[in-house]
Design a protein around this ligand. Structure first.
Ligand SMILES: *Cc1c(COP(=O)(O)O)cnc(C)c1O
Length: 514
Protein backbone atom coordinates (compact mmCIF):
# COMPACT_ATOMS: atom_id res chain seq x y z
CA UNK A 1 0.00 0.00 0.00
CA UNK A 2 1.38 3.31 -1.04
CA UNK A 3 1.95 5.90 1.64
CA UNK A 4 2.15 3.25 4.32
CA UNK A 5 5.09 3.87 6.57
CA UNK A 6 6.64 0.52 7.51
CA UNK A 7 6.72 0.17 11.28
CA UNK A 8 10.17 -0.31 12.66
CA UNK A 9 10.08 -3.17 15.14
CA UNK A 10 10.57 -1.87 18.65
CA UNK A 11 14.08 -2.64 19.88
CA UNK A 12 14.07 -5.69 22.10
CA UNK A 13 16.15 -5.00 25.20
CA UNK A 14 16.03 -8.68 26.07
CA UNK A 15 18.23 -9.41 23.09
CA UNK A 16 20.94 -7.24 24.66
CA UNK A 17 23.25 -9.33 26.77
CA UNK A 18 24.23 -6.22 28.69
CA UNK A 19 20.77 -5.32 29.99
CA UNK A 20 21.68 -5.35 33.66
CA UNK A 21 19.00 -5.40 36.33
CA UNK A 22 20.24 -2.79 38.73
CA UNK A 23 21.37 0.25 36.83
CA UNK A 24 18.86 3.11 36.54
CA UNK A 25 17.78 2.17 33.00
CA UNK A 26 17.95 -1.55 33.63
CA UNK A 27 15.73 -1.50 36.66
CA UNK A 28 13.07 0.48 34.78
CA UNK A 29 13.26 -2.15 32.03
CA UNK A 30 12.95 -4.89 34.65
CA UNK A 31 9.83 -3.19 36.01
CA UNK A 32 8.35 -3.03 32.52
CA UNK A 33 9.19 -6.66 31.86
CA UNK A 34 7.80 -7.82 35.22
CA UNK A 35 4.62 -5.93 34.29
CA UNK A 36 4.41 -7.76 30.98
CA UNK A 37 5.14 -11.14 32.52
CA UNK A 38 2.57 -10.66 35.25
CA UNK A 39 -0.05 -9.52 32.69
CA UNK A 40 0.54 -12.72 30.76
CA UNK A 41 0.30 -14.67 34.01
CA UNK A 42 -2.97 -12.94 34.89
CA UNK A 43 -4.49 -13.88 31.52
CA UNK A 44 -3.37 -17.47 31.99
CA UNK A 45 -4.70 -17.62 35.54
CA UNK A 46 -8.14 -16.39 34.44
CA UNK A 47 -8.39 -19.32 32.06
CA UNK A 48 -7.47 -21.92 34.66
CA UNK A 49 -9.93 -24.39 36.13
CA UNK A 50 -8.05 -25.48 39.24
CA UNK A 51 -4.81 -25.61 41.21
CA UNK A 52 -3.24 -28.18 38.86
CA UNK A 53 -3.44 -28.56 35.08
CA UNK A 54 -5.82 -31.40 34.16
CA UNK A 55 -2.99 -33.38 32.56
CA UNK A 56 -1.16 -36.61 33.22
CA UNK A 57 2.55 -36.22 34.08
CA UNK A 58 3.39 -37.41 30.56
CA UNK A 59 1.06 -34.89 28.92
CA UNK A 60 2.60 -32.12 30.98
CA UNK A 61 6.11 -33.21 29.94
CA UNK A 62 4.97 -32.87 26.29
CA UNK A 63 3.71 -29.33 26.98
CA UNK A 64 7.14 -28.42 28.32
CA UNK A 65 8.91 -30.07 25.37
CA UNK A 66 6.72 -28.14 22.94
CA UNK A 67 7.72 -24.94 24.70
CA UNK A 68 11.41 -25.73 24.26
CA UNK A 69 11.82 -26.87 20.63
CA UNK A 70 15.59 -26.43 20.85
CA UNK A 71 15.82 -27.42 24.51
CA UNK A 72 16.46 -25.09 27.43
CA UNK A 73 19.86 -23.95 26.09
CA UNK A 74 19.30 -22.85 22.46
CA UNK A 75 22.38 -21.54 20.64
CA UNK A 76 20.65 -18.28 19.71
CA UNK A 77 18.15 -16.42 21.85
CA UNK A 78 14.58 -15.49 20.99
CA UNK A 79 14.45 -12.33 23.10
CA UNK A 80 11.29 -10.96 24.64
CA UNK A 81 8.82 -13.18 22.74
CA UNK A 82 10.56 -16.36 23.90
CA UNK A 83 10.44 -15.20 27.51
CA UNK A 84 6.77 -14.15 27.36
CA UNK A 85 5.83 -17.50 25.84
CA UNK A 86 7.65 -19.29 28.65
CA UNK A 87 5.80 -17.17 31.22
CA UNK A 88 2.45 -18.06 29.60
CA UNK A 89 3.18 -21.78 29.72
CA UNK A 90 4.44 -21.54 33.26
CA UNK A 91 1.44 -19.63 34.59
CA UNK A 92 -0.98 -21.89 32.73
CA UNK A 93 0.43 -25.14 34.05
CA UNK A 94 2.28 -24.73 37.32
CA UNK A 95 0.60 -25.22 40.68
CA UNK A 96 -1.72 -22.34 41.59
CA UNK A 97 -1.44 -22.09 45.35
CA UNK A 98 -3.77 -19.10 45.50
CA UNK A 99 -6.59 -21.40 44.36
CA UNK A 100 -8.51 -22.17 47.56
CA UNK A 101 -8.72 -25.81 46.50
CA UNK A 102 -4.92 -26.22 46.77
CA UNK A 103 -4.51 -27.95 50.13
CA UNK A 104 -1.81 -30.59 49.80
CA UNK A 105 1.48 -29.43 51.23
CA UNK A 106 3.06 -27.00 53.67
CA UNK A 107 3.53 -24.71 50.70
CA UNK A 108 1.59 -21.48 51.09
CA UNK A 109 0.51 -19.01 48.45
CA UNK A 110 3.26 -16.36 48.55
CA UNK A 111 2.35 -12.89 49.77
CA UNK A 112 2.37 -10.14 47.17
CA UNK A 113 4.47 -7.79 49.28
CA UNK A 114 7.13 -10.47 49.80
CA UNK A 115 7.15 -11.40 46.12
CA UNK A 116 7.49 -7.80 44.95
CA UNK A 117 10.36 -7.03 47.30
CA UNK A 118 12.04 -10.30 46.36
CA UNK A 119 12.38 -8.86 42.85
CA UNK A 120 14.62 -6.19 44.38
CA UNK A 121 16.67 -8.84 46.16
CA UNK A 122 17.22 -10.49 42.78
CA UNK A 123 17.89 -7.22 40.97
CA UNK A 124 20.59 -6.06 43.38
CA UNK A 125 21.88 -9.61 43.87
CA UNK A 126 23.44 -8.73 47.20
CA UNK A 127 24.86 -11.53 49.32
CA UNK A 128 25.11 -11.62 53.09
CA UNK A 129 28.38 -13.53 53.39
CA UNK A 130 30.51 -10.40 53.62
CA UNK A 131 29.73 -6.83 54.62
CA UNK A 132 30.74 -5.40 51.27
CA UNK A 133 28.72 -7.94 49.28
CA UNK A 134 25.46 -6.79 50.84
CA UNK A 135 25.66 -4.15 53.56
CA UNK A 136 21.93 -3.49 54.11
CA UNK A 137 21.06 -7.15 53.61
CA UNK A 138 23.48 -8.10 56.40
CA UNK A 139 21.95 -5.53 58.77
CA UNK A 140 18.39 -6.59 57.91
CA UNK A 141 19.11 -10.27 58.50
CA UNK A 142 20.86 -9.55 61.80
CA UNK A 143 17.94 -7.47 63.02
CA UNK A 144 15.36 -9.95 61.79
CA UNK A 145 16.93 -12.94 63.52
CA UNK A 146 17.37 -11.00 66.75
CA UNK A 147 13.74 -9.89 66.68
CA UNK A 148 12.70 -13.50 66.14
CA UNK A 149 14.85 -14.65 69.08
CA UNK A 150 13.06 -12.10 71.26
CA UNK A 151 9.65 -13.38 70.09
CA UNK A 152 10.79 -16.89 70.98
CA UNK A 153 11.60 -15.69 74.49
CA UNK A 154 15.38 -15.90 74.20
CA UNK A 155 17.62 -13.41 75.99
CA UNK A 156 20.04 -10.91 74.46
CA UNK A 157 22.75 -13.56 73.98
CA UNK A 158 20.76 -15.30 71.27
CA UNK A 159 21.35 -15.17 67.54
CA UNK A 160 20.37 -16.92 64.35
CA UNK A 161 20.80 -17.29 60.63
CA UNK A 162 18.56 -17.68 57.60
CA UNK A 163 18.86 -20.96 55.71
CA UNK A 164 17.39 -22.46 52.54
CA UNK A 165 14.88 -24.61 54.43
CA UNK A 166 13.87 -26.50 57.53
CA UNK A 167 15.99 -29.39 56.28
CA UNK A 168 19.07 -27.15 56.26
CA UNK A 169 18.18 -25.53 59.60
CA UNK A 170 17.83 -28.93 61.26
CA UNK A 171 21.13 -30.06 59.71
CA UNK A 172 22.95 -27.03 61.08
CA UNK A 173 21.37 -27.46 64.51
CA UNK A 174 22.53 -31.08 64.67
CA UNK A 175 25.96 -30.11 63.34
CA UNK A 176 26.24 -27.78 66.34
CA UNK A 177 25.03 -30.58 68.66
CA UNK A 178 27.57 -33.02 67.23
CA UNK A 179 30.49 -30.61 67.44
CA UNK A 180 29.54 -29.48 70.96
CA UNK A 181 29.54 -33.12 72.07
CA UNK A 182 32.85 -33.84 70.29
CA UNK A 183 34.46 -30.86 71.96
CA UNK A 184 33.22 -31.94 75.38
CA UNK A 185 34.63 -35.42 74.72
CA UNK A 186 38.01 -33.97 73.80
CA UNK A 187 38.01 -31.98 77.02
CA UNK A 188 37.14 -35.09 79.01
CA UNK A 189 39.89 -37.09 77.34
CA UNK A 190 42.48 -34.41 77.85
CA UNK A 191 41.53 -34.34 81.54
CA UNK A 192 42.60 -38.00 81.59
CA UNK A 193 39.11 -39.39 82.26
CA UNK A 194 38.26 -42.67 80.55
CA UNK A 195 35.33 -45.04 80.30
CA UNK A 196 32.96 -42.37 79.03
CA UNK A 197 30.18 -42.98 76.52
CA UNK A 198 31.36 -42.20 73.00
CA UNK A 199 28.67 -43.34 70.58
CA UNK A 200 26.49 -40.32 69.69
CA UNK A 201 22.73 -40.96 69.64
CA UNK A 202 19.77 -38.64 69.47
CA UNK A 203 16.10 -38.87 70.24
CA UNK A 204 13.03 -37.56 68.48
CA UNK A 205 9.39 -38.45 68.05
CA UNK A 206 8.58 -41.19 65.57
CA UNK A 207 6.61 -38.41 63.86
CA UNK A 208 9.64 -36.11 63.55
CA UNK A 209 10.53 -34.87 60.08
CA UNK A 210 12.78 -37.19 58.01
CA UNK A 211 15.35 -34.40 57.77
CA UNK A 212 16.48 -35.27 61.31
CA UNK A 213 17.57 -38.74 60.19
CA UNK A 214 19.04 -37.36 56.99
CA UNK A 215 21.07 -34.81 58.96
CA UNK A 216 22.52 -37.63 61.04
CA UNK A 217 23.46 -39.46 57.89
CA UNK A 218 25.12 -36.36 56.42
CA UNK A 219 26.95 -35.70 59.69
CA UNK A 220 28.50 -39.15 59.67
CA UNK A 221 26.53 -40.30 62.70
CA UNK A 222 24.44 -42.66 60.59
CA UNK A 223 20.66 -42.72 60.46
CA UNK A 224 20.85 -45.43 63.11
CA UNK A 225 21.97 -42.75 65.57
CA UNK A 226 18.32 -41.63 65.64
CA UNK A 227 16.22 -43.28 68.31
CA UNK A 228 12.57 -42.72 67.36
CA UNK A 229 10.35 -42.39 70.42
CA UNK A 230 6.74 -43.64 70.12
CA UNK A 231 4.18 -40.83 70.08
CA UNK A 232 1.18 -40.78 72.41
CA UNK A 233 -2.51 -40.74 71.42
CA UNK A 234 -2.21 -36.99 70.75
CA UNK A 235 0.76 -37.66 68.43
CA UNK A 236 3.25 -36.12 70.84
CA UNK A 237 6.51 -37.40 72.29
CA UNK A 238 5.96 -37.30 76.03
CA UNK A 239 8.74 -36.78 78.57
CA UNK A 240 7.93 -40.21 80.03
CA UNK A 241 8.41 -41.93 76.69
CA UNK A 242 11.62 -39.98 76.11
CA UNK A 243 12.92 -40.87 79.57
CA UNK A 244 12.21 -44.53 78.90
CA UNK A 245 14.08 -44.43 75.58
CA UNK A 246 17.02 -42.62 77.20
CA UNK A 247 17.22 -45.17 79.98
CA UNK A 248 17.20 -48.03 77.50
CA UNK A 249 20.39 -46.86 75.80
CA UNK A 250 23.59 -48.89 75.87
CA UNK A 251 26.40 -47.85 78.22
CA UNK A 252 28.61 -46.52 75.42
CA UNK A 253 25.84 -44.37 73.90
CA UNK A 254 26.07 -40.63 74.39
CA UNK A 255 22.81 -38.66 73.98
CA UNK A 256 23.87 -35.53 72.12
CA UNK A 257 20.46 -34.09 71.31
CA UNK A 258 16.73 -34.40 71.69
CA UNK A 259 14.72 -33.04 68.77
CA UNK A 260 11.23 -31.97 69.77
CA UNK A 261 8.72 -31.11 67.06
CA UNK A 262 6.50 -28.05 67.38
CA UNK A 263 4.04 -28.79 64.63
CA UNK A 264 4.47 -32.26 63.17
CA UNK A 265 4.24 -32.10 59.40
CA UNK A 266 1.13 -34.28 59.22
CA UNK A 267 -0.80 -33.55 62.40
CA UNK A 268 0.53 -30.20 63.58
CA UNK A 269 0.95 -31.77 67.02
CA UNK A 270 3.32 -29.99 69.38
CA UNK A 271 5.57 -32.00 71.70
CA UNK A 272 5.45 -30.86 75.37
CA UNK A 273 8.42 -28.50 75.21
CA UNK A 274 9.12 -27.59 78.87
CA UNK A 275 9.07 -31.22 80.02
CA UNK A 276 11.21 -32.39 77.11
CA UNK A 277 13.71 -29.60 77.75
CA UNK A 278 14.05 -30.67 81.37
CA UNK A 279 14.53 -34.32 80.42
CA UNK A 280 17.04 -33.56 77.65
CA UNK A 281 19.09 -31.26 79.82
CA UNK A 282 19.07 -33.68 82.74
CA UNK A 283 20.72 -36.19 80.43
CA UNK A 284 23.25 -33.66 79.14
CA UNK A 285 21.67 -33.50 75.67
CA UNK A 286 20.86 -30.35 73.74
CA UNK A 287 17.23 -29.65 72.93
CA UNK A 288 16.55 -28.67 69.34
CA UNK A 289 12.95 -27.71 68.55
CA UNK A 290 11.86 -28.25 64.98
CA UNK A 291 9.17 -25.60 64.65
CA UNK A 292 9.46 -25.48 60.85
CA UNK A 293 5.67 -25.60 60.69
CA UNK A 294 4.48 -24.44 64.14
CA UNK A 295 6.91 -21.51 64.39
CA UNK A 296 4.35 -19.23 62.75
CA UNK A 297 2.38 -19.36 66.01
CA UNK A 298 4.96 -16.89 67.38
CA UNK A 299 3.15 -14.21 65.38
CA UNK A 300 -0.35 -14.97 66.70
CA UNK A 301 -1.50 -13.84 70.12
CA UNK A 302 -4.10 -16.61 70.08
CA UNK A 303 -1.86 -19.52 69.02
CA UNK A 304 1.36 -18.45 70.78
CA UNK A 305 0.55 -20.52 73.91
CA UNK A 306 1.08 -23.68 71.81
CA UNK A 307 4.78 -22.81 71.88
CA UNK A 308 5.08 -22.17 75.61
CA UNK A 309 8.46 -23.41 76.80
CA UNK A 310 10.13 -22.96 73.42
CA UNK A 311 12.56 -20.57 75.11
CA UNK A 312 14.18 -23.61 76.77
CA UNK A 313 15.34 -24.91 73.40
CA UNK A 314 19.06 -24.61 72.69
CA UNK A 315 18.18 -24.15 69.04
CA UNK A 316 15.07 -23.69 66.99
CA UNK A 317 13.99 -24.09 63.34
CA UNK A 318 11.23 -21.88 61.87
CA UNK A 319 10.17 -21.96 58.22
CA UNK A 320 8.94 -18.52 57.24
CA UNK A 321 8.19 -19.98 53.80
CA UNK A 322 5.49 -22.04 55.48
CA UNK A 323 3.59 -20.15 58.15
CA UNK A 324 4.72 -16.61 57.30
CA UNK A 325 3.63 -16.86 53.64
CA UNK A 326 7.07 -16.12 52.18
CA UNK A 327 8.25 -17.29 48.78
CA UNK A 328 10.87 -20.00 49.39
CA UNK A 329 13.40 -19.91 50.76
CA UNK A 330 13.10 -18.30 54.15
CA UNK A 331 13.92 -20.70 56.94
CA UNK A 332 15.63 -19.58 60.10
CA UNK A 333 17.77 -21.31 62.67
CA UNK A 334 17.83 -19.59 66.07
CA UNK A 335 20.26 -20.42 68.87
CA UNK A 336 19.96 -19.41 72.50
CA UNK A 337 23.68 -18.84 72.87
CA UNK A 338 25.35 -16.82 70.12
CA UNK A 339 28.65 -18.72 70.56
CA UNK A 340 26.93 -21.92 69.39
CA UNK A 341 26.33 -20.47 65.96
CA UNK A 342 30.04 -20.16 65.24
CA UNK A 343 31.02 -23.47 66.90
CA UNK A 344 31.01 -25.29 63.60
CA UNK A 345 30.95 -22.61 60.92
CA UNK A 346 32.84 -19.66 62.45
CA UNK A 347 35.43 -19.52 59.76
CA UNK A 348 37.72 -16.62 58.78
CA UNK A 349 38.69 -16.60 55.10
CA UNK A 350 41.40 -14.25 53.86
CA UNK A 351 39.54 -13.04 50.77
CA UNK A 352 36.14 -12.71 52.51
CA UNK A 353 36.28 -11.79 56.18
CA UNK A 354 39.83 -11.29 57.46
CA UNK A 355 40.15 -10.61 61.19
CA UNK A 356 41.21 -6.99 60.89
CA UNK A 357 38.23 -6.14 58.63
CA UNK A 358 35.95 -7.82 61.17
CA UNK A 359 37.52 -5.89 64.02
CA UNK A 360 36.94 -2.67 62.11
CA UNK A 361 33.23 -3.49 61.79
CA UNK A 362 33.29 -4.81 58.23
CA UNK A 363 31.76 -8.14 59.07
CA UNK A 364 29.27 -10.26 57.18
CA UNK A 365 27.45 -13.46 58.10
CA UNK A 366 29.80 -16.02 56.52
CA UNK A 367 30.69 -17.47 59.90
CA UNK A 368 27.03 -18.11 60.75
CA UNK A 369 26.23 -20.26 57.78
CA UNK A 370 27.01 -23.47 55.93
CA UNK A 371 26.59 -21.46 52.73
CA UNK A 372 28.90 -18.88 51.19
CA UNK A 373 26.92 -16.83 48.63
CA UNK A 374 23.54 -16.27 50.26
CA UNK A 375 20.58 -14.23 48.99
CA UNK A 376 19.12 -11.23 50.78
CA UNK A 377 16.15 -13.31 51.91
CA UNK A 378 15.56 -11.08 54.92
CA UNK A 379 14.44 -8.27 52.61
CA UNK A 380 11.12 -9.86 51.67
CA UNK A 381 10.49 -11.00 55.25
CA UNK A 382 11.13 -7.59 56.78
CA UNK A 383 9.00 -5.93 54.07
CA UNK A 384 6.17 -8.32 54.90
CA UNK A 385 6.22 -7.50 58.59
CA UNK A 386 6.58 -3.77 57.93
CA UNK A 387 3.50 -3.94 55.71
CA UNK A 388 1.26 -6.27 57.71
CA UNK A 389 2.68 -6.21 61.20
CA UNK A 390 3.30 -9.28 63.33
CA UNK A 391 -0.39 -9.49 64.15
CA UNK A 392 -1.35 -9.28 60.48
CA UNK A 393 0.76 -12.37 59.74
CA UNK A 394 -0.52 -14.05 62.91
CA UNK A 395 -4.12 -13.47 61.86
CA UNK A 396 -3.48 -15.34 58.61
CA UNK A 397 -2.52 -18.38 60.66
CA UNK A 398 -5.57 -17.92 62.89
CA UNK A 399 -7.84 -17.82 59.84
CA UNK A 400 -6.32 -21.06 58.53
CA UNK A 401 -6.62 -22.61 62.00
CA UNK A 402 -10.33 -21.70 62.03
CA UNK A 403 -10.73 -23.32 58.62
CA UNK A 404 -9.08 -26.49 59.91
CA UNK A 405 -11.47 -26.64 62.86
CA UNK A 406 -14.40 -26.16 60.49
CA UNK A 407 -13.13 -28.90 58.18
CA UNK A 408 -12.78 -31.28 61.14
CA UNK A 409 -16.35 -30.54 62.17
CA UNK A 410 -17.68 -31.22 58.65
CA UNK A 411 -15.64 -34.42 58.35
CA UNK A 412 -16.96 -35.66 61.69
CA UNK A 413 -20.53 -35.01 60.53
CA UNK A 414 -19.96 -36.72 57.15
CA UNK A 415 -21.15 -40.33 56.88
CA UNK A 416 -18.40 -41.34 54.42
CA UNK A 417 -15.46 -39.45 55.93
CA UNK A 418 -13.66 -40.20 59.16
CA UNK A 419 -11.55 -37.75 61.13
CA UNK A 420 -8.23 -39.28 62.22
CA UNK A 421 -7.00 -36.57 64.61
CA UNK A 422 -8.24 -33.27 65.97
CA UNK A 423 -6.47 -30.41 64.21
CA UNK A 424 -3.85 -28.50 66.21
CA UNK A 425 -2.58 -26.03 63.59
CA UNK A 426 -3.88 -25.99 60.01
CA UNK A 427 -3.80 -29.63 58.86
CA UNK A 428 -6.70 -32.05 58.97
CA UNK A 429 -6.01 -35.77 58.60
CA UNK A 430 -8.93 -38.00 57.64
CA UNK A 431 -9.93 -40.88 55.41
CA UNK A 432 -12.66 -41.82 53.00
CA UNK A 433 -14.63 -44.80 54.27
CA UNK A 434 -15.45 -47.20 51.42
CA UNK A 435 -19.01 -48.44 50.99
CA UNK A 436 -20.19 -50.82 53.68
CA UNK A 437 -17.52 -49.58 56.05
CA UNK A 438 -15.06 -51.94 54.32
CA UNK A 439 -13.31 -54.04 56.93
CA UNK A 440 -10.70 -54.71 54.23
CA UNK A 441 -7.71 -52.45 55.07
CA UNK A 442 -5.92 -53.06 51.77
CA UNK A 443 -8.93 -52.02 49.77
CA UNK A 444 -9.49 -48.97 52.00
CA UNK A 445 -5.87 -47.92 51.35
CA UNK A 446 -6.18 -48.51 47.61
CA UNK A 447 -9.41 -46.49 47.41
CA UNK A 448 -7.98 -43.55 49.39
CA UNK A 449 -4.78 -43.50 47.32
CA UNK A 450 -6.64 -43.76 44.01
CA UNK A 451 -9.17 -41.09 44.86
CA UNK A 452 -6.42 -38.57 45.53
CA UNK A 453 -4.79 -39.35 42.17
CA UNK A 454 -8.18 -39.00 40.52
CA UNK A 455 -8.43 -35.50 42.01
CA UNK A 456 -4.88 -34.71 40.82
CA UNK A 457 -5.74 -35.71 37.27
CA UNK A 458 -8.91 -33.61 37.24
CA UNK A 459 -6.79 -30.74 38.55
CA UNK A 460 -9.64 -29.16 40.45
CA UNK A 461 -8.78 -30.25 43.99
CA UNK A 462 -5.28 -30.77 45.36
CA UNK A 463 -5.21 -32.58 48.68
CA UNK A 464 -2.42 -34.33 50.56
CA UNK A 465 -1.93 -37.87 51.72
CA UNK A 466 0.13 -39.63 54.35
CA UNK A 467 0.41 -42.91 56.21
CA UNK A 468 -0.90 -43.20 59.75
CA UNK A 469 1.73 -44.98 61.85
CA UNK A 470 -1.10 -45.80 64.23
CA UNK A 471 -3.18 -47.29 61.39
CA UNK A 472 -4.85 -50.60 62.12
CA UNK A 473 -6.27 -53.83 60.72
CA UNK A 474 -9.66 -52.31 60.09
CA UNK A 475 -8.84 -48.93 58.56
CA UNK A 476 -5.49 -49.45 56.87
CA UNK A 477 -2.78 -46.79 56.87
CA UNK A 478 -3.37 -44.43 53.97
CA UNK A 479 -4.85 -41.13 55.10
CA UNK A 480 -5.93 -37.99 53.31
CA UNK A 481 -4.81 -34.60 54.49
CA UNK A 482 -5.91 -31.03 54.05
CA UNK A 483 -3.05 -28.61 54.59
CA UNK A 484 -4.89 -25.30 54.88
CA UNK A 485 -2.60 -22.32 54.28
CA UNK A 486 -4.82 -20.11 52.15
CA UNK A 487 -6.25 -17.40 54.39
CA UNK A 488 -8.66 -16.35 51.65
CA UNK A 489 -10.29 -19.78 51.41
CA UNK A 490 -13.85 -19.87 52.70
CA UNK A 491 -15.97 -22.45 54.44
CA UNK A 492 -17.66 -23.05 51.09
CA UNK A 493 -14.28 -23.90 49.58
CA UNK A 494 -13.68 -26.44 52.36
CA UNK A 495 -17.10 -27.90 51.78
CA UNK A 496 -16.37 -28.12 48.06
CA UNK A 497 -13.08 -29.94 48.73
CA UNK A 498 -14.80 -32.49 50.96
CA UNK A 499 -17.56 -33.04 48.40
CA UNK A 500 -14.92 -33.54 45.72
CA UNK A 501 -13.28 -36.19 47.93
CA UNK A 502 -16.57 -38.02 48.38
CA UNK A 503 -17.46 -37.89 44.69
CA UNK A 504 -13.97 -39.10 43.70
CA UNK A 505 -14.18 -41.86 46.31
CA UNK A 506 -17.49 -43.12 44.96
CA UNK A 507 -16.18 -42.97 41.39
CA UNK A 508 -13.07 -44.96 42.31
CA UNK A 509 -15.19 -47.57 44.03
CA UNK A 510 -17.49 -48.06 41.05
CA UNK A 511 -15.10 -47.45 38.12
CA UNK A 512 -11.55 -48.30 39.22
CA UNK A 513 -11.84 -50.79 42.06
CA UNK A 514 -15.29 -52.30 41.78
C1 LIG B 1 8.63 -28.80 56.22
C2 LIG B 1 9.31 -29.35 57.40
C3 LIG B 1 10.70 -29.52 57.43
C4 LIG B 1 11.54 -29.33 56.18
O1 LIG B 1 11.57 -28.02 55.79
P1 LIG B 1 12.00 -27.59 54.30
O2 LIG B 1 11.88 -26.12 54.38
O3 LIG B 1 11.00 -28.23 53.39
O4 LIG B 1 13.38 -28.07 54.07
C5 LIG B 1 11.31 -29.90 58.60
N1 LIG B 1 10.56 -30.16 59.69
C6 LIG B 1 9.21 -30.06 59.71
C7 LIG B 1 8.46 -30.37 60.96
C8 LIG B 1 8.55 -29.65 58.55
O5 LIG B 1 7.21 -29.57 58.55
Amino acid sequence: MSGHVPTVPAPDPLREPDLLAADPEGIVEVGRLVGELTSEAAKALRRRSGPLPPLTPLELAHVVDAQLPEGPLPADGGGREAVLALARTYASHTVDLADPRAAAHLQPPALGVATATDVLASAFNASVDTWDSGPVAVELESRLVRALTALAGYGPGADGVLTPGGTASNLQALLIARDTALRAQRDVRSAGLTGMATQPVLYCSELAHFSVARACSVLGLGEEAVRPVPADAHRRMTAEALEKALEARAGNELPIAVVATAGTTDYGSVDPLPELAATAHRHGARLHVDAAYGGGALFSDRLRPLLDGIEHADSLTIDLHKTAWQPAAASVLLVRDRADLTTSTGLRVAYLNPDDDGAAGYDGLLGHSLATTRRADALKVVATFLALGRRGVGRMLETCHDLALFAAERITAHPRLELVADPVLTTVVFRYVPAGGSPDPERADAVNGALRRRLLLQGRALIGRTDDLAGDEATGRVRLKLTLLNPRATRDDIQELLTAVEVAGRAVETEELP
